[in-house]
Design a protein around this ligand. Structure first.
Ligand code: NAD
Length: 369
């Protein structure tokens, strides 16, 4: 991960060009937090509060340099603005990173200090779990601030977001199916899932219940064995899953699976999966379109988790959350229709949809945010 553009690092410290980076991508604020006693070092980036308080998880990761942490939090917080705007929820985009190893640094004292820091932002940023943090950590954060979501069910929260994310992927796949095959019924569709972890396995179970045919790949043999025996999935290698002849390819492992070398080999008619940042570069959306493959933009597909968290407002219920998540079908349909009207690819159409919604909210706010 590189340094902010046009600047040079000194002793691994922050670049003097931080403002250039923030201005370029339109961030409202970046807050740095530190607690001597617990060793907390964190950054909260608030990209936009145009649609509502910024919402996004806390990533706990042993970043090699402070610049790497800053770059990550700026990129991720911006992504959250687009995800929330496309999901149609009244939340802005924010994200936090805690620098360190969660296994060795993730003490209750650290999460308490972090909770106090989040509280000091007076609700402009609402946190949740992300890579390296858990619902149990958020339970500790909640002892110090009310600006935390994704709490365990016992605390009245929405719990692990993965099943909700999988439900949202199904809604996106139904929209894909409606568009390509004139029906939202997934029965008999061949779906290839790369990565059957928390989201991928829940997705596989839901597809199995709907009568879809499954092909799976994962580096974890226990997961593939389970999918094979419990769901009748065909198991293929992680190197060939994207080449499999299928209706829908669902990347549910890591990012950047759609790139200049994998796209020419794709064997699918459409792509809809939960992984974040599936495109290696923006140009990959054009490469996919040129092959006549329908790409469902990742942050529209995988918004079920954040919608589930947003459903905590005013009291959480699974029925309320499910109804909100199922609207991903409409959001996705709108993206496809926008792409048709504008001639843009679906990735560009989703960005334009988010930017329009944010601009409209900014006008309503009098352009003050
Ligand atoms: P997870 O860690 O539970 O599952 C990931 C799975 O991918 C694991 O089974 C892992 O073994 C497998 N995997 C790793 N490398 C692989 C490779 N090279 N080839 C094939 N399989 C590989 O994570 P998750 O929570 O299920 O999330 C999956 C993806 O969805 C991630 O990109 C995540 O950022 C994204 N996402 C998750 C949520 C959520 O609610 N959990 C929400 C939005 C986006």
């Amino acid at each position: 991960m590189g340094a902010p553009s046009g600047t040079t690092s000194r002793d691994g410290g922050f670049h003097l060009g931080v403002f250039e980076e923030i201005v370029t991508h339109g961030h409202e604020a970046v807050h740095f937090g530190h607690d001597q006693a617990s060793g907390l070092r964190c950054i909260v980036a608030i990209h936009s509060t145009a649609l509502g308080p910024s919402l996004g998880g806390t990533r706990f990761y042993p970043y090699a340099t402070d610049d790497e942490a800053l770059t990550d939090v700026l990129r991720l917080s911006r992504g959250m603005t687009y995800k929330a705007a496309c999901a149609g929820i009244m939340q802005g985009g924010g994200k936090a990173v805690i620098i360190g190893n969660p296994k060795t640094h993730g003490t209750d004292a650290l999460f308490e200090a972090y909770g106090r820091f989040v509280e000091s932002l007076s609700g402009r940023y609402i946190t949740a779990e992300d890579v390296g943090t858990t619902v149990e950590n958020m339970h500790v954060v909640a002892t110090q601030t009310s600006y935390v979501t994704g709490l365990p069910h016992e605390d009245g929260g929405s719990g692990d977001p993965s099943p909700a994310t999988a439900r949202g992927v199904i809604a996106a796949m139904r929209a894909v199916s409606q568009r390509l095959w004139g029906t939202d019924d997934l029965r008999g569709r061949r779906v290839a899932i790369k990565g059957i972890g928390k989201v991928g396995m829940s997705l596989a179970e839901r597809l199995h219940d709907r009568g879809a045919e499954l092909i799976v790949a994962d580096v974890n043999n226990d997961a593939t064995s389970h999918a094979e025996s419990a769901l009748g999935a065909k198991v293929v290698s992680v190197e060939e899953i994207h080449t499999t002849d299928c209706d829908i390819f669902a990347p549910c492992a890591l990012g950047a699976d759609l790139n200049a070398s994998s796209i020419p080999q794709l064997g699918c008619r459409a792509i809809a999966g939960s992984a974040n940042n599936q495109l290696h570069t923006d140009e990959d959306a054009d490469r996919i379109a040129e092959r006549g493959i329908l790409y469902a933009p990742d942050y529209v597909v995988n918004a079920g988790g954040i919608i589930n968290i947003a459903a905590e407002a005013g009291g959480y219920s699974t029925d309320k959350a499910a109804a909100m998540i199922d609207r991903i079908f409409d959001n996705m349909t709108e993206v496809f229709e926008r792409a048709d009207r504008s001639g843009a690819n679906t990735h560009q159409a989703a960005e334009a949809m988010a930017e329009e919604r944010i601009a409209a909210a900014n006008r309503t706010n009098g352009g003050t945010r």
